[in-house]
Ligand binder design. Structure first.
Ligand SMILES: [Zn+2]
Length: 304
């Protein structure tokens, strides 16, 4: 018997790799680069890479530390040409030039980026101006274009009024990206929905509860909703933070109402992490699906 088993193992080992069944790749996977928020406590700022058909394709936000996590994970950036920015706070965009730098130095040929992010208001530039201030001819990092691969940037500014319609911004080869305006205090913000082969992941970005009707509409029946959970239920966090972020009880209500199949909480701070049981209980008051807390370098298959 032992000999037979050894023989079977040997046959499997000796089979040419092309004859072995390759493990099925999930249609969509999310790699968490940064699961933290604006305060430094060991987690990178908010950032995710979405793999489509097993290959990294989309960067969602670029918080400080994303560059480091990309290197630690040895991620192949060769096909990452789509950048979705939920808003332009530093904890979501501070590593954007570092990402462009990493991409240029680790892959070959010209790079044509398409970047999406909110329109401007108040102190916040529109996304096209933001990218131009960084990477444009008169930008701070204009040198970058001569440094690695030749780069072009096509930037689209997205509507930020809460009554703006949900909009499809990418539709190619089965990959669909949609967005809708949200609300994050005085900072223009949007949420994104990514679909591929009937799997769906939604990124809330940072948003206060006034935008929940839009988020619920965008997240309808998604396989995975990644919600930024930066505060505790009132009065557990400083009151001004509720003008910027949605508390757990309302996150649970939104997850239930939209019918999402699972929930991943990110943008975590020490006070929220110290109250995991209370946060779960609060979300569980209305949402019965699985709830997980993100950590840097976590890899999450979407759906199935
Ligand atoms: Zn944030």
């Amino acid at each position: 018997m032992k000999t037979l088993m050894a023989l079977a193992v040997a046959v499997v080992v000796l089979l040419p790799s092309c004859l072995r069944a390759a493990p099925a790749k999930p249609a969509l996977e999310v790699v968490v680069l940064g699961s933290g928020g604006p305060r430094p406590f060991g987690r990178a700022g908010s950032s995710f890479i979405v793999l489509v058909g097993g290959r990294p394709r989309i960067l969602v936000d670029a918080g400080p530390g994303a560059f480091l996590r990309i290197g630690e994970l040895d991620l192949d950036l060769g096909k990452v040409d789509t950048v979705l920015l939920t808003h332009l706070h530093i904890d979501h965009s501070g590593d954007l030039p570092a990402f462009f730098n990493a991409r240029a130095l680790t892959s070959e040929g010209p790079v044509a980026y398409r970047v999406f992010g909110p329109d401007g208001a108040g102190l916040f530039p529109k996304t096209s101006r933001f990218v131009n201030l960084l990477m444009g001819e008169d930008g701070a990092f204009a040198y970058q274009k001569t440094f690695g691969a030749p780069e072009t940037f096509t930037v689209r500014d997205l509507a930020i009024s809460l009554d703006s319609a949900r909009t499809k911004i990418v539709d190619e080869d089965g990959l669909v990206v949609e967005e809708i305006a949200t609300h994050h205090g005085d900072c223009p913000s949007v949420a994104y929905r990514i679909s591929y082969e009937s799997e769906v992941v939604v990124f809330s970005g940072d948003m206060d509860a006034s935008a929940l009707p839009n988020l619920v509409q965008l997240a309808r029946n998604a396989d995975l909703l990644i919600f930024n959970c930066a505060v505790l239920d009132p009065p557990g966090s400083p009151s001004q933070l509720y003008d910027l972020h949605t508390p757990p009880r309302k996150i649970g209500e939104a997850a239930h109402e939209s019918g999402v199949k699972s929930l991943l909480l990110s943008h975590l701070a020490p006070d929220v992490l110290g109250q995991k049981t209370a946060v779960r209980k609060s979300i569980g008051a209305s949402y019965g699906g699985p709830v997980a807390f993100a950590s840097d370098k976590m890899r999450v298959p979407v759906g199935k």
